[in-house]
Design a protein around this ligand. Structure first.
Ligand SMILES: [Zn+2]
Length: 328
């Protein structure tokens, strides 16, 4: 059963914020929506900064209040590598996870030369399967930071990874000690995005690369689905970047953007399907593996269509590679 965390209040505590990018207080209201994934209480308001176009949640939940919106059924906590004896559905979900890991690894290796002696930091590393596979393939030393205790323990016990339980700001890593830092759908959850990026810029070695995958609010499907667009992920996503606004925030935080492309590790049809599920109030909240047959079948039948759609319009996500240093 899906059980909302006990501290989830009917009227969660909120706080108003100025624009994360430029500090402006002048915002226009774009839409109101709800937590479509877990159906936890609250209506949430998304605004656009009139000065720099950054789109963000305002007001947002406080750091304390938002914890209740990451229940144990949060999908990222449900992924598991599968054993051969597992049921087919579990193995299908695991195959999906492994495919995403392969795409992430390709992206990172395209931009960063990694080998034994290299160090890679994955912020929000979840269960650690990406880091473990990257380390296995390149010999690099992999380090993770993950606030959720269960995935943290899994990553340590299953893969023997060095994973620090908590938020990035809780730890002091050596300056300039990482050759690559990755954030897979993590930047949009940050309460102080410029401070986070500033910290990461200081942790990168000379020539090191930051790889960020994030939802792309300029995706036409965001207009089509409005408050049902799955990547709104309210109230967990605090910021809704576009290629232009993420570039600006990165550059203002001490990075030079080297590459920005639409698409990422998420499969082409996943944003469309998850948004459609939201419209019909179906959700994979309770058990991710219950949707495994459906998503795999739809994917198998429609991938050429969605591949074309992805080429033409984007895929709801974008991948950005940057290096520390304010000029190219
Ligand atoms: Zn602004």
């Amino acid at each position: 059963m899906t059980t909302p965390a006990p501290e989830c209040a009917a009227e969660p505590t909120v706080e108003w914020v100025d624009c994360y990018a430029c500090g402006s207080k002048d915002h226009e209201e774009l839409l109101w929506s709800r937590d479509r994934l877990h159906r936890l209480p609250g209506r949430f308001r998304v605004v656009r900064c009139r000065d720099c176009d950054l789109v963000f949640l305002n007001p947002r939940l406080t750091r304390e209040a938002i914890l209740a919106y990451y229940p144990p059924s949060y999908p990222m906590n449900q992924f598991r590598p599968a054993e051969p004896a597992d049921p087919l559905r579990r193995r299908l979900v695991a195959r999906h996870l492994a495919r995403m890991d392969r795409i992430k690894i390709r992206t990172v290796r395209r931009h960063a030369k990694l080998g034994p002696g290299s160090r890679v930091l994955d912020v929000g590393c979840g269960l650690g399967s990406f880091l473990a596979e990257l380390s296995r393939r390149t010999g690099c030393r992999a380090v993770g930071v993950e606030p959720a205790p269960v995935p943290c323990r899994f990553a340590r016990e299953k893969y023997g990874l060095e994973v620090h339980e908590g938020l990035l700001e809780d730890f002091e890593f050596e300056a300039g000690s990482f050759d690559a830092i990755t954030l897979w759908h993590v930047l949009e959850h940050q309460f102080d995005v410029k401070k986070t990026l500033g910290t990461l810029a200081g942790l990168l070695a000379l020539g090191g690369k930051l790889v960020v995958e994030s939802p792309d609010f300029s995706d036409p499907l965001a207009r089509v689905f409005g408050g049902f667009w799955c990547n709104l992920e309210l109230p967990r996503h605090l910021i809704h970047f576009t290629p232009r606004t993420i570039s600006r925030v990165l550059e203002d935080s001490g990075f030079a953007v080297e590459s920005l492309r639409r698409g990422g590790a998420m499969p082409p049809c996943s944003v469309f399907l998850a948004s459609l599920f939201a419209v019909f109030r179906a959700t994979y909240d309770r058990d991710l593996v219950k949707t495994a047959y459906l998503t795999q079948a739809v994917w198998a039948l429609t991938w050429p269509l969605f591949a074309l759609e992805g080429v033409l319009t984007g895929r709801g996500v974008m991948t950005c590679v940057a290096r520390a240093g304010s000029s190219r």
